[in-house]
Design a protein around this ligand. Sequence first.
Ligand code: C2E
Ligand code: MG
Ligand code: MG
Length: 573
Amino acid sequence: MNDHDKHIRVHIVDDDPADFLIIDELLLQSKRFQFEVNHISSISEARQELIDPQCDVFLLDYFLGPETARDLLIEARKVHCPAPIVVLTGVESGTLDDEVIQLGAADFLPKGDMTVSLLERTIRHAIQHKRAELELEQMVKRDPLTGLGNRLLFEEILEGSLARCKRAGTRLAVLFMDLDRFKEINDSLGHPTGDLLLLLIADRLRSVMRESDFVARIGGDEFTILIEDLHDAEDALNVARKIIQAVSQPSAIGGHELNVSASIGMALFPENGDAPIKLMQKADIALYEAKRKGLNSVQCFTSNLQTQLERHLNIEKGLRHALEHDHFELMLQPQWDLRDRRIAGFEALIRWRFGSELIAPSDFIPVAEKTGLIVPIGEWLLQTACRYLVKWRELGVSHYRISVNVSPLQLKTGHFVETLQSTLKSTAIAANLLEVEITEDSLLDGHEENPKVQQDLSRIRELGVKIAIDDFGTGYSSLRYLRQFPADVVKIDKSFVSGNGGEALAEPEICRAVVTMADSLGMDVVAEGIETISQLTRLRAMGCRMGQGYLVSEPLAFDEATQWALAGEAVSR
Ligand code: C2E
Ligand code: MG
Ligand code: MG
């Protein structure tokens, strides 16, 4: 303990004034420490003081009117009370001792045995232990690259700040910041440069924040900032603008001059909620909106975004219900040979049956991905696709492939490969009748190549299941990645085919480049969204062999698709 540790601030929580005086007297006799004592006579009053940063230690009487130290110890743990609590009691009991220690008390002292030196020693040890415990805790809650807090620590600090603001009737703001186009910088200049940039950004954030603000890094290029003591929303907006200004200064790193920009989403206490999770959720939603608006934008959470959030929650509830009650349907859209329009396979496309309506995936897949529900939904659709193949086999139709769309989250967190393996085994379906479609973006995790995804893809291929890269050209396309990832088919996104609503091919150059590239890598190409003869002819002339689109057929219900399959089977015989 150093010199300033000689001054110790003690909160004595005891409903008996006589006991308080005895302890106070003893502490005053100390020659080693200078104790500053504060008397608290009830649990409810003590509760208010648990997060008091001025307090070094609590001496807490076990029995306090109708309540006991238990209640306060439980509360202390909940609010992450930074001071140790030593429990005092008039009765000596081994079980009480065990009980309070388990609840997080630093020590247990019988009042009868108290001497100055015993009190001094107990208090000193309690403070030292608590400090070590907090340091360790902080280490686990730090981002190793920048030394900033991580999400855990941010949530914890936010909880403490909220409690303080509620008491003081003040405002606070939670900011979510995300660097724009960080992935591109990281990919083109390499991870070491990306890391240096993150370090520089962390420093700039530290330099514009006040002592009382708190900054954390909660993901690849995502930072959160907590600002206390605000007068109004305008105050918080000013800080956000200052941050953006600091972050978007040109950065000289490794011989490159980098221009980064950032987007910020913001939520305020008390306007937007009073729980950490709510405020973080809302700041995140506002960030999403800021990113949509463009580079260097700041967005406050608004009632409009609130409506969006409610819609999101409603969809989530509906999806859970739909999963339980089997309210999904799997439609099949034919994929055909551009030369003779003979069907080669079908893409499975999900629909949500809601009363008499069929809801399109674009209305619910984003929510399913955000909530993780895509994992059980994905399992359902894999099983359904296999069930379809079994039915066809029973009808003597056995050479049409079904492709299923797989969301990145299924590969990252689910047991997709295991489910695939066991489904193939239990249905005895030939693996080459299944194809997995993944989008280009799922090959990367934030800005990094995801080894788990890559591994899973290799395992899928080892099973004999084909892999198609979906919506090619819309994500962060890079030949480098395409070479690296095991895939059999590339699907040209429909925006390049019929995206402009015209008769002709929308982006002939891009289509041609994808066909040439796929050819050189020995991959097949499927053009999506073919709506007109002119598009078909042009694609065929480029050497694209397969297509999919309304020109031949929209997605079909299973029975109808079965008719197509039976007819095609008859032709091919
Ligand atoms: P996708 O995998 O690229 O699917 C192709 C989408 O294009 C389908 O939309 C299909 O109905 C539509 N389409 C087909 N032909 C044409 C055409 O000629 N013109 C136009 N304009 N559109 C055409 P859908 O069914 O609404 O699905 C949208 C997206 O939702 C899919 O894009 C896929 O990313 C996702 N999705 C659909 N089903 C599933 C699923 O079961 N699981 C997952 N994870 N995602 C799915
Ligand atoms: Mg697809
Ligand atoms: Mg697609």
